[in-house]
Each structure stands twice: as structure tokens, then as C-alpha cells.
Design a protein around this ligand. Structure first.
Ligand SMILES: [Zn+2]
Length: 633
């Protein structure tokens, strides 16, 4: 046996080479420890692995599938029931949990073409006992009572024969014309917690997903003319007798597998260091291909250098401009995007969405937090990351729009989104328990991203980079929770940030500091020099308390800096100055990006007309952009 075969390879070639070299050395020196030491930490734990054969019936809009699921009991309890997700059943009627919660109008929900479901035809355990009749299906959750309990550390094999009726795409799965977008499509294990409890939530409209890592071997059979894009790596492509072809994919160290098929896809490819970057696009977006590939290349390199290496050697983007809700979505090593109809390079919506979805490769794909229960850990992190990428590539301001003198940055858009509903909910809660979709987005996406940016401003850039890198390395291929992140911040930044976390993640209070009044009155003369009694009144209008910097500028150019602990409702600064106060500003460097109203952060004697005009223009533009944006990812 070749020593290299002793370790399970990463699919990344450079890691393979590195592993080979290291394994050869260690094999001869320390066998049998070499196997253990090299595998540890590098690969995801194999908990739920799948071997699926699926055939796409393009005529009848169906998937015919056979799945072998290998599941390992990683809990410390015996398990007598298995829980699986049957996500396609979200579309089985207009009264499912998903449909009732979703924002689609009733006339859409009731249309037959949006119906979809999964039918479980047969289930066998360990190639023997037939469990088909024992299954208990409640919409998107299937319970399987086992004949014999599964003891800790043991694996069980399920053979499942299934058929998925694909809906016209409403959300993430289905068809639109000849385009098939296949996400959340196969019977999928729920997550078994360490204490033996199941984390198995139904498919909610606001929630996304949560699953354990494993290996996926997926054979996809489609009509010959179809072009397929998928998670993982293409291992084999073979022609069949019946004018179909079968593509065999393998995806390792992932917790999901999605794919698309369309006869009209064109293919763009590019090598990005060790990663093969692929874009499946429609001819109408041909002019955007280079721009989209450039954006993806930038994001892969940037996040790789800041957070830690992208673990895989392939990344695929698929153009999924499929009407309702197909749009942009993240899957391991694979995303769908809907290029915007705006072709000007002065508006960076495409870059923003690509940066967002690629950020999910880190915050969801590799660091796999629970999207059902703590969506801020992937969405908030992805929005924060997209902003850092936009700022790195296009500058701090105007990185989203720089047109007709109007400059809008990603931070502006996040503030706008946050202000749409800043106080109905806190960011850390179950996704389906938010008041509505607006509040979900306002808190989970925007407030969370502004929270992380404020944290960066409090910690400093270097510590923030260290924090995110450590968070990635420590929780790669794991399921971290909010408390794990808070613990890590305490390790790197100190415990005194606890009140900051508590106020912004677990309370609804807003943050708003303002300069309420400024006055300077002549007091006396000293050696012919006029002395003024100057007074500044600062106020805290929001509930959130955070130390705030204050900058006072005098007419003679002198600058006075103060720090207010921000705890009381108001704070008066009294000074004797040799010149009148010209302006006062709280948080002059805009560190507290969670401050909901920066217009009251300063008082100045300078004219405000041009500023007000600019703000109005930006507001109108943000309104338009937000409507477009809110329909994506
Ligand atoms: Zn997202």
C-alpha cells in the first residue's frame, strides 16, 4: 500500500502534495501515529454521507432517485428514531408552514404549477429490514422508528427510493423554462446533538438549513444536451443508450449538495491559484462574464487571505435568473446568482451579491453554524464580509454606487436596511420567530453586519482580523454557536465587551448619540485676549450605551477631544476657550456604525443645504436599490 493512500486526501491538489510529502516522512518515522495526526483537523467529520443516483425527467419535471445514506451516531445516547428533512414537501400545498409564512401573494401560492413534493417509495435499513411502512411524515420532516436502537459511535445505512415532483421555482428548487435549479431536493438527515436530541426543524420561509458534514457521491442523469453544474468535482461522464448522459460527482467535507441543469448554459472557466472557477451563464449575460469572473476571483482570494484558505479546488457559479426566488443562494462549493439587468460598472450590485454568496463558503459552508436558530452567524457575517470585500476593491465610500455625484457604500445600504425595522426583534433568535421578513432581514443581515463592523472599530482592524481568522480555524467543519463567538471575542478583546454584545445581540435598544446644543458666550478678557464660556450639551436618545468620542473644533482651528462614557441620558461639557466653538461632533470617525441617526451627530455653523440635497438623492436611490436587493439571497 502506498503511504499516500493512508490519508484521506483533500481534493485540493496543493494539499494532496503536501499531505503526500508529510505522510511519507511521518509514515516511516512514527507509524501508526502518522495516520491520526495528519487526518486530525484537516477533514470534516464524516457524520452523514450520501451516495445518490438521480435521473432528471425534464418532460414531467421529476427527479427519480435512489439514495444510500450512511449516518453515524455521534451522540452519547442510544437512538431509536431517525429524523430526516423532506424539504420539497414545503411546496406540496398552499397551507404548508413554508407557504403560510412566505410573502408570495395567495394567487401565486394557489397555482398548481408551484406544487412540488417528495414521495418516499421505499426505505430499507442496512440492506435488509424494510422501514417503508414505519415512516411518519409530517410535511417536511420524516421520522423513522428503528427496529434496533443505534448505539453511540455506530453507523446505520438507509436505502431510500424517492421521487421528487419539481415545482416551478418559487424558492431554491424547481424549474423555470429549461432551467432546473435543484437545491434541498433529497431526503436528508437532520442533525443529532451530542445529548441525543434531534435538531430537526421544519422548512420555514425565513429559515435556511443546518446539516452535518460528510461525503456526497452523486450520479446525475440528464438528457444529452443538458449542461450540468454541481457541488463537488466531476469524476466521470458517460453516455447512455437512451439519449441521456450520467455525470458522477464527488463532494467531500460538505454538508449539502445542489446542482443545476440547462441545455443553454454556456461555460466560462478560469484558474484562480489552485481553484478551478466555473461560471455557467445564459447568453444574455455574455457581456458580464469577465466582470463576474473577476469578482469571484477577487472574493476567493480576498477571503482566503483574510479568513483562511478555501478548502476545495473547485468553485462553481450558475446563472439562475429564474423568476420568483430562484435567485442567489449558497451551497457548498457552488452558488446560484441572478446577474442584474444593470450593465453600468458604476453600480456594483453583481459584485455585492457575488461577494455575499462567496463569503458564505466560509460562513455556512466551512463554519457551519445553525441557520435555523442563529442565522446572524452566517448572514450577518456574510454581509459584513461582502462589505469588507467591496471596500477593499472599490474604496470605503461609493463602493456600491458611484454615479451622477451620488456615492453609496455597502454600509449605507446596511443602515438603510436596519432602519426599516430596528426594534421589533433581536438578531439572535430562531429565524421563524421574527415578526416578519423585514424584521428578519433588518436584524439578521444588517444589524448583525453593523454590529460586527462596530466590533471591528472597537477592537481595531488587526485584532478583528485575528478574531475572524481564529474563529474560522477553530470552528472549520464544526457547528459554532453565538456563545462560542462571544467567548472568542473575550479571549482576544477582553471581557469588557460583554455589555456591548448583550445590548446589540440580545436587546432591541437602538443607539443614537447627538449633539443637542452648542454655545460660546464672551466671559472675560485676559491680557487683551477674549475668553469665552463655551458649553456643549450631548444627548443619548437611544437605549444602547456605548463610550463615545467627542471632537470640539474652535474657530481658531484648535481641536479638543473628549470621551463620554455614554451612560447617562445627557452630558454637559463646559469649557473656557479663547475662541468660539465652530463645530462639535460625537463619534467623529464614525466608529459606532450602529448609530441610527448620524445627521444629529454634529452641530456646525456651516451651511447644510448641499448635504441635505445629497442625502435626499441617496435616499431615493437606496429605496429603489433595496427593493431589488431584498428579493435576492
Ligand atoms: Zn446570505
Amino acid at each position: 500500500m502506498n503511504a499516500c493512500m493512508l490519508v484521506k486526501f483533500s481534493s485540493a491538489p496543493k494539499l494532496q502534495i503536501l499531505f503526500c510529502k508529510l505522510t511519507l516522512i511521518l509514515f516511516f518515522c512514527f507509524f501508526p501515529l502518522s495516520f491520526i495526526s495528519l487526518s486530525f483537523g484537516e477533514h470534516a467529520p464524516e457524520i452523514a454521507s450520501y451516495k445518490i443516483e438521480v435521473k432528471l425527467d425534464t418532460e414531467n419535471k421529476k427527479l427519480l432517485g435512489n439514495e444510500i445514506l450512511i449516518f453515524r451516531n455521534i451522540s452519547n445516547k442510544k437512538i431509536d428514531t431517525l429524523f430526516l428533512h423532506l424539504y420539497p414537501n414545503a411546496f406540496q400545498s398552499d397551507t404548508t408552514i413554508f407557504m403560510k409564512e412566505s410573502l408570495y401573494p395567495d394567487r401565486i401560492k394557489k397555482k398548481e404549477k408551484y406544487r412540488g413534493y417528495v414521495e418516499i417509495k421505499k426505505i430499507k435499513v442496512n440492506s435488509g429490514y424494510d422501514l417503508t411502512k414505519e415512516k411518519i411524515i409530517d410535511e417536511t420532516i420524516m421520522k423513522l422508528p428503528l427496529q434496533k436502537p443505534l448505539t453511540p459511535g455506530k453507523t446505520i445505512s438507509l436505502e431510500v427510493e424517492f421521487m421528487v415532483k419539481l415545482p416551478q421555482v418559487l424558492a431554491r428548487m424547481g424549474y423555470s423554462g429549461n432551467t432546473f435549479v435543484i437545491g434541498q431536493w433529497f431526503p436528508k438527515m437532520a442533525v443529532l446533538e451530542e445529548d441525543g436530541g434531534w435538531n430537526a426543524h421544519p422548512y420555514h420561509a425565513n429559515a435556511e438549513f443546518f446539516a452535518d458534514f460528510g461525503t456526497y457521491d452523486v450520479s446525475i442523469t440528464v438528457p444529452l444536451e443538458y449542461v450540468v453544474g454541481a457541488s463537488g468535482y466531476l469524476q466521470e461522464e458517460r453516455m447512455n443508450q437512451d439519449s441521456t448522459k450520467t455525470l458522477v460527482y464527488r463532494a467531500e467535507d460538505v454538508h449539502d449538495f445542489a446542482w443545476v441543469a440547462d441545455p443553454d448554459y454556456l461555460i466560462a472557466e478560469r484558474a484562480v491559484d489552485e481553484v478551478e472557477l466555473v461560471f455557467l451563464y445564459q447568453s444574455e449575460n455574455k457581456k458580464k462574464v469577465e466582470r463576474i469572473m473577476d469578482a469571484a476571483e477577487f472574493a476567493l482570494k480576498y477571503y482566503g487571505s483574510v479568513f483562511g484558505e478555501y478548502h476545495y479546488s473547485r468553485f462553481v457559479m450558475a446563472d439562475a435568473n429564474v423568476g420568483f426566488g430562484g435567485g442567489a443562494m449558497e451551497y457548498p462549493t457552488f452558488i446560484t446568482i441572478s446577474p442584474s439587468k444593470l450593465f453600468t460598472e458604476k453600480i456594483k450590485l453583481d459584485e455585492m451579491i457575488i461577494f455575499h454568496e462567496i463569503a458564505h463558503q466560509w460562513w455556512y459552508g466551512m463554519v457551519a453554524s445553525n441557520e435555523f436558530e442563529e442565522a446572524w452567524l452566517d448572514e450577518g457575517f456574510a454581509v459584513y464580509s461582502q462589505r469588507k470585500a467591496l471596500e477593499e476593491r472599490f474604496g470605503k465610500t461609493g463602493n456600491l454606487v458611484d454615479l451622477w455625484g451620488i456615492e453609496i457604500g455597502d454600509q449605507d445600504l446596511a443602515k438603510f436596511g436596519y432602519l426599516l425595522d430596528p426594534q421589533s426583534d433581536i438578531p439572535v433568535k430562531n429565524s421563524w420567530e421574527f415578526q416578519d421578513y423585514l424584521s428578519y432581514r433588518a436584524n439578521v443581515y444588517y444589524k448583525a453586519s453593523l454590529f460586527l463592523e462596530t466590533l471591528e472599530n472597537l477592537l481595531g482592524q488587526e485584532k478583528m482580523k485575528k478574531l475572524l481568522r481564529e474563529y474560522f480555524l477553530r470552528y472549520k467543519f464544526k457547528h459554532p454557536k453565538t456563545e462560542d463567538f462571544i467567548q472568542l471575542v473575550a479571549e482576544i478583546g477582553g471581557d469588557d465587551l460583554d455589555p456591548f454584545f448583550f445590548q446589540f445581540l440580545f436587546e432591541t435598544g437602538i443607539c443614537d448619540y447627538q449633539v443637542a446644543s452648542v454655545k460660546s458666550t464672551p466671559l472675560k478678557k485676559e491680557n487683551e485676549q477674549q475668553i469665552y464660556q463655551s458649553e456643549v450639551l450631548l444627548k443619548r436618545s437611544g437605549e444602547a450605551k456605548i463610550p463615545v468620542e467627542v471632537l470640539i473644533e474652535l474657530e481658531d482651528g484648535k481641536r479638543i477631544e473628549k470621551i463620554w462614557d455614554g451612560k447617562r441620558r445627557w452630558y454637559r461639557i463646559e469649557l473656557e476657550t479663547k475662541s468660539r466653538i465652530e463645530s462639535v461632533m460625537v463619534d467623529p470617525e464614525n466608529k459606532i456604525v450602529l448609530d441610527i441617526d448620524v445627521n444629529n451627530n454634529s452641530l456646525t455653523t456651516k451651511s447644510q443645504d448641499s448635504v441635505i440635497f445629497k442625502l435626499c438623492s441617496q435616499y431615493l436611490f437606496l429605496m429603489q436599490t433595496f427593493i431589488q436587493w431584498i428579493t435576492s439571497f
